[in-house]
Design a protein around this ligand. Sequence first.
Ligand code: NAI
Length: 249
Amino acid sequence: MKLDFTNKIILVTGGTRGIGKQIAEDFHALGGTVLITGTHAEQIEELNNVSLKSGERKHFFCVNFTSSQSVDQFLVQLAEYSKIDVLINNAGLNKHNSVENIITAEWDDMMAVNVTAPFKLIRDVSPRMIENNYGRIINIASIFSKIGKERRTCYTTTKFGVDGLTLGVSNDLSRYNILVNTVSPGFIMTDMTRTNLSQKEIEDLTQQIPAKRMGQVQDISRAVIFLASDLNSYITGQNIVVDGGFTNV
Ligand code: NAI
């Protein structure tokens, strides 16, 4: 048995940078056709031009998950695809604030990007997966779907929600050979981490991680690829924590 996504169509949200970019590149390298969302129109146009010129199987879409109109437009574009084999709900927003300072717009945006958009995409693609009797859905949560920390109320709420979504959906869809799982990254070196943590915090954290290093995007992508591949035939409804052991100590 080998890792092969030839003839598979994989949708990766938030795939223009960070963890999502690595996931999209790995699926592409393994033969898949990858549909990738990002939020900057000019960048998306440029990426589509490059992809077209080099004959890559990558198609980029500009979508803002805080706008239901933008999501609806994207769903219309997605309807052109007769099948989506794999859905990776990766896009995420992470703003830190103590509960008494969270403004409603911030709460609504994080709920929209982290929870509502994954739900709408699953609701949209699952009929096609059911028809094919095949599907793999992986929702990217966080160690904050397992633990909490100060100034993380909103993020933690949404990431517990992401895993709740996985649990609920897996109970509805596993009978159709649609396996649904959560991958929960620990501290991974991406733009999100560089924005949210100081160099000192990163050094301190590294010491607290049993593996004694921050995670790399590849650490997460490998777990996702495994769960999406035919190597996974019976894991569903699980939350796989990829954190170098951080939540165990
Ligand atoms: P990032 O900030 O580098 O990328 C986030 C992605 O989400 C971007 O591609 C962006 O286009 C997309 N996104 C943000 N706002 C959006 C919006 N309004 N509409 C549509 N798309 C939007 O983040 P990173 O680090 O690559 O994170 C990816 C996922 O992994 C997120 O769900 C994040 O919560 C999760 N995660 C990341 C960790 C880390 O240490 N970097 C740790 C735990 C979880």
